[in-house]
Design a protein around this ligand. Structure first.
Ligand SMILES: CC(C)(COP(=O)(O)OP(=O)(O)OC[C@H]1O[C@@H](n2cnc3c(N)ncnc32)[C@H](O)[C@@H]1OP(=O)(O)O)[C@@H](O)C(=O)NCCC(=O)NCCS
Length: 163
């Protein structure tokens, strides 16, 4: 895919993000309102990827309350036509390179056990950052989702130090 531009999310990306996530199973959809907050309040810890004016990728996240050395990645999404070209990892590294995140030492994210693409993305990122990656049970299907959702494992990438 020709030139994909990475830029700061804007509140006006909310609806396009909502549509991109809806078209990208197994991601859970959020309300447009929630997407607007991700794009607005949490713009500094997220990134938008654009191709020919179309949103083709997005990373949403935030620094854990009280633990600013942990960047929690809420969702990573890449449009189907843009997958397999390194965009997910490029977006994650782009955010990590921001001066405001210079103190980040760990990435946390949660992944359903069957999401191989997501596991592979964070394992590959850990390799590039030369740090360990681990997975542990976090949100249980019965206890936290009333049996309506697969369990979510907590992935910990780190510790690492950004140059
Ligand atoms: C997961 C997702 C974001 C990956 O995006 P992508 O841009 O294709 O990923 P990248 O090209 O950066 O690949 C990163 C690494 O993961 C590997 N990978 C990506 N997709 C894979 C797949 N389906 N199966 C196996 N490995 C895969 C790549 O080979 C690469 O490894 P390498 O660096 O060792 O070559 C994308 O498939 C997606 O949006 N899926 C639907 C939504 C989702 O599940 N999001 C993650 C949950 S937060």
């Amino acid at each position: 895919m020709s030139e994909v531009k990475l830029r700061m999310p804007q509140v006006t990306d909310g609806v396009a993000l909502n549509h991109l996530v809806a078209a990208s199973p197994p991601l859970d959809g959020n309300s447009v309102y929630c997407n607007l907050l991700q794009c607005g309040h949490f713009a500094g810890t997220g990134v938008a990827a654009e191709h020919n004016g179309e949103l083709v990728g997005f990373v949403s996240g935030y620094q854990l309350p009280g633990q600013p050395h942990v960047w929690f990645v809420w969702q990573v999404v890449v449009a189907e036509q843009a997958r397999g070209q390194g965009l997910a990892k490029k977006m994650l590294k782009h955010v990590l390179a921001r001066p405001a995140l210079a103190g980040v030492r760990h990435i946390h994210t949660s992944i359903t056990p069957g999401n191989q693409a997501s596991h592979a993305t964070f394992a590959s990122l850990a390799k590039d950052l030369n740090c360990p990656v681990s997975a542990s049970p976090w949100l249980e299907s019965d206890i936290h989702f009333a049996g309506l959702h697969d369990p979510e494992h907590l992935i910990d990438v780190g510790p690492f130090k950004i140059q």
